[in-house]
Design a protein around this ligand. Structure first.
Ligand code: CP3
Length: 360
């Protein structure tokens, strides 16, 4: 990395906070910030064909990623893609059914697992090449001060979709597999660790400044058998994520990584930061941010955690919730965000009000 590039990166507020600096006001972005609440997204979405076509067409994916940056000036842009492009690249059938969400051909047994591509099969990264092309176009197109975030799903969350074939509320299929054939689940998780590591390294090489690992289904883990390990959160979530973090850093020294352990509670969030080696923890809306900060060292980096419903409500309740997040993180390294993705019914003026309150 040349000296001038180091200087440019040092000017990016989100990267500064990920390095442990406290900024006031904190920099902000929103999970799912490119999405259906924006008319310009819906317009482009209608032109693109399927949702996956949108993800795999760099012209479209680049444009959609930039839309919320132009409109709101967020301090970070998140690559427009989906966590399920990884199972797709492994050779699993993936489709998005309008109004219903993702559908995969459920992976039920060893025969189905044997049909997946091996980690290191060149077809996997070849399949994902359009994503890397989007990342490099984005880095060239974004304002210098805007941090570009790549991402992947955590192995447990991705595996749960691969096994269940869809988002299942209690993840019964994945839980059953953990009890019935834990060695098979472990093999699937290992495959996802290897491929996700390659995937994130390639995103960094294409120009991502930092990445987020989404453990969106972490909250289901207490009900999942952990076998002799006894601790399901460690075995199926935190240890695999820790292997990705150290594997990425071995190839991209100093890589900045955020982990989002949604639904794991106060304890799960504190453990995610301590046990994965990530630089920052994304905090969901169920966790009391002040209580979490009280348990973390002062230099720990947090991100979050406005309730998406509060953003829909707007008004004085929204102002108070923004103020509470600022109070809980005053003088501490924090990145302002929602506690989960923004939903399609959110009024745009409420996003503007949130940012005005935040930026004073
Ligand atoms: O945050 C961003 O703006 C970046 C893009 C992004 C998407 N999905 C776009 C998307 C990211 C980071 C994701 C991650 C993702 N995908 C997660 C983890 C984060 C989370 O929300 O918990 C998960 C679990 C998925 C799987 C997924 N993709 C589901 C369950 C759905 C259907 C739900 C829905 O909102 O429709 C998707 C589809 C999806 N991914 C959409 C977007 C904008 C909506 C598709 C559309 O436009 O029709």
């Amino acid at each position: 990395m040349g000296e001038s590039e180091t200087g440019t990166q040092a000017a990016r507020p989100v990267l500064r906070v990920l390095g442990g600096e406290a900024l006031s006001p904190p920099p902000a972005w929103m999970m799912r910030q490119a999405g259906r609440y924006l008319p310009e997204y819906r317009e482009l979405r209608a032109k693109a064909g399927s949702f996956l076509d949108l993800c795999y067409t760099p012209d479209f994916a680049t444009e959609v990623t930039l839309q919320p940056i132009r409109r709101f000036g967020f301090e970070a842009a998140i690559l427009f893609s989906d966590i399920l492009v990884v199972p797709h690249a492994l050779g699993q059938e993936v489709r998005f059914v309008e109004g219903e969400g993702p559908r995969l051909d459920a992976l039920a047994d060893r025969a189905a697992f044997a049909g997946l591509r091996e980690a290191g099969d060149p077809r996997i990264m070849a399949h994902l090449a359009p994503v890397f092309e989007t990342v490099s176009r984005l880095r060239a197109a974004l304002p210098r001060e805007t941090t570009l975030l790549g991402f992947c799903g955590a192995p447990w969350t991705v595996a749960s979709y691969m096994i269940g074939g869809r988002g299942t509320p209690d993840l019964a299929p994945a839980r059953d597999l953990a009890g019935r054939d834990p060695a098979l689940l472990a093999a699937l998780i290992d495959r996802l660790v290897a491929v996700s590591t390659d995937y994130l390294v390639r995103q960094f090489e294409a120009g991502a400044d930092a990445v987020q690992i989404f453990e969106s289904h972490g909250g289901t883990l207490p009900a999942v058998p952990a076998g002799e390990a006894g601790d399901a959160l460690a075995r199926w979530s935190l240890e695999p994520i820790a292997r990705i973090v150290s594997g990425v850093r071995a190839r991209v020294p100093g890589a900045r990584i955020i982990v989002f352990p949604r639904g794991t509670g106060l304890d799960g969030h504190a453990r995610a930061l301590a046990e994965t080696g990530a630089d920052a923890v994304g905090v969901d809306w169920e966790v009391d941010l002040a209580a979490l900060r009280g348990r973390l060292p002062g230099r720990a980096v947090t991100q979050g955690n406005l309730h998406p419903q509060t953003l829909i409500a707007g008004g004085a309740a929204l102002d108070a919730a923004v103020d509470a997040i600022l109070a809980a993180t005053a003088g501490l390294p924090h990145i302002f965000n929602l506690g989960h993705g923004i939903t399609p019914e959110t009024p745009i003026p409420h996003v503007e009000r949130m940012l005005a309150r935040l930026r004073g």
